[in-house]
Write a protein that binds this ligand. Structure first.
Ligand SMILES: [Zn+2]
Length: 143
């Protein structure tokens, strides 16, 4: 295992390991939503990155340049878990998986290699919704 589940993450900006949740922040972009959307704004372009003081890029940080908003993981989950206001729900879901499903963050590195054995893995581990599935992907394909 490379990462401690739900404690360490891979930075979307620099690609290095974020050593603990306190060293991470979520960045996103906010824009005015269309009139038929139930809220004034919606959000997209989520990135999980090092906080500036932990970034290997120094004060420039690991942000990718066009995000306007940021929060630490705890505050982000508190604000968005029940009412996401997302432009693209699948992008938001992937971020939620990274933050809440044990082993998902590391297993996604190996999913391309695991795809050929997907039926066997789902049967062996009880399907995608089970954290055992992602742990097994790491064990079998993580080298
Ligand atoms: Zn980084």
């Amino acid at each position: 295992m490379l990462l401690k589940p739900l404690q360490q993450f891979i930075c979307d900006g620099c690609g290095a390991v974020i050593q603990q949740p306190q060293h991470a922040e979520i960045l996103w972009t906010m824009e005015a939503a269309p009139e038929d959307y139930p809220h004034d704004y919606w959000y997209y372009n989520y990135k999980l990155v090092h906080k500036r003081y932990k970034s290997p890029y120094g004060t420039i940080g690991c942000g990718l340049g066009d995000q306007l908003c940021n929060n630490d993981i705890e505050t982000f989950l508190e604000l968005f878990l029940l009412d996401p206001e997302c432009k693209d729900i699948s992008e938001f879901q992937e971020l939620m998986h990274r933050l809440t499903i044990p082993y998902f963050e590391e297993a996604k590195l190996y999913m391309a290699a695991a795809i050929k054995d997907m039926d066997m893995l789902k049967e062996l581990c009880g399907g995608f919704t089970n954290a055992k599935f992602f742990k097994k992907v790491i064990e079998l394909y993580g080298g």
